[in-house]
Design a protein around this ligand. Structure first.
Ligand SMILES: NC(=O)c1ccc[n+]([C@@H]2O[C@H](COP(=O)([O-])OP(=O)(O)OC[C@H]3O[C@@H](n4cnc5c(N)ncnc54)[C@H](O)[C@@H]3O)[C@@H](O)[C@H]2O)c1
Length: 255
């Protein structure tokens, strides 16, 4: 494996599961020191141990805990070169606008969107001081396309992540800090598997729109994050980086 992150430090929120965990493994395998910031202590510690990194328990909706996550990283390893702001939720009570209550709306906005604001706000001064950095914020393909199977607050939150990332990418471009929004298509994570194992019709309704004919594996998303985080992506900022198996480009898919 090429060692693109030798001597570099990466913070990954939501790093104890799914896309975050696959990314922790990928960045560590390329030489990064990885810091996992997650609300889940047991899984987070296990993930950090596996990749020889550090676990910092943090609720990404809490400004003080987010500050502490990045400060602890810098105090321990001397820098923070990559911030993968990835923690997110998609609870079942977030559904059609007609049935989704304000509590469900606000909870999703806080975990998916306010968290990204807090993480960027906390990490940017460190990166300004270093004179470099790469921030990757996890949005989703639903930030660029509409679904009749709505999760209204989730979709709105990801649209917010996309717009905020673009703006930050532009604002900090001349300080050698890149900010990109990662937009994964549907990924084969435990959550998705459970949902679709219970309901094959729901899975089929979505799969028909995927030109490659399957959902992504977390490792395929991690590979894209590693690219965006690395110097290979030195001219890529303020982008909506779609890793979606062609979904957003498709009208009619192959039989
Ligand atoms: N799985 C998909 O199909 C898919 C598609 C597009 C985008 N995404 C996005 O990718 C990101 C990761 O998704 P995943 O599928 O790997 O999910 P996951 O549920 O496997 O992992 C999410 C992680 O975030 C952590 N987390 C949740 N709330 C937190 C909080 N308040 N503070 C700190 N950590 C918290 C969880 O403990 C967990 O480790 C999310 O932002 C999600 O919206 C997922």
């Amino acid at each position: 494996m090429v060692q693109r992150f030798e001597g570099r430090v990466a913070v990954i929120t939501g790093g104890s599961s799914g896309i975050g965990l696959a990314t922790a493994r990928r960045l560590a395998s390329e030489g990064a020191k990885v810091v996992i910031g997650d609300i889940s202590a047991e899984q987070g510690k296990a993930a950090a141990d596996e990749v020889g990194g550090l676990f910092v328990q943090a609720d990404v909706t809490d400004a003080d805990q987010v500050e502490a996550l990045f400060q602890t990283t810098v105090d321990t390893f001397g820098s923070v070169d990559v911030a993968f702001n990835n923690a997110g939720i998609s609870p079942p009570e977030d559904d059609s606008i007609l049935t989704t209550g304000i509590d469900a709306w606000e909870k999703v906005q806080k975990v998916n969107l306010t968290s990204v604001y807090l993480c960027c706000k906390a990490v940017l001064p460190h990166m300004q001081r270093q004179g470099k950095g790469s921030i990757i914020n996890t949005a989703s393909f639903v930030a660029v396309m509409g679904a009749a199977t709505s999760q209204i607050s989730y979709t709105a939150s990801k649209g917010g992540v996309l717009a905020m990332s673009r703006e930050l990418g532009v604002q900090f471009a001349r300080e050698n800090i890149r900010v990109n929004a990662l937009c994964p298509g549907p990924v084969n994570t435990p959550l998705l598997k459970e949902l679709f194992a219970k309901d094959p019709e729901r899975a089929a309704r979505r799969l028909v729109h995927v030109p490659v004919g399957r959902f992504a594996e977390p490792e395929e998303i991690a590979a894209a994050v590693a690219f965006l985080a690395s110097d290979d992506a030195s001219f890529i900022t303020a982008s909506q980086f779609l890793v979606d198996g062609g979904i957003s480009g498709a009208y009619v898919t192959p039989l």
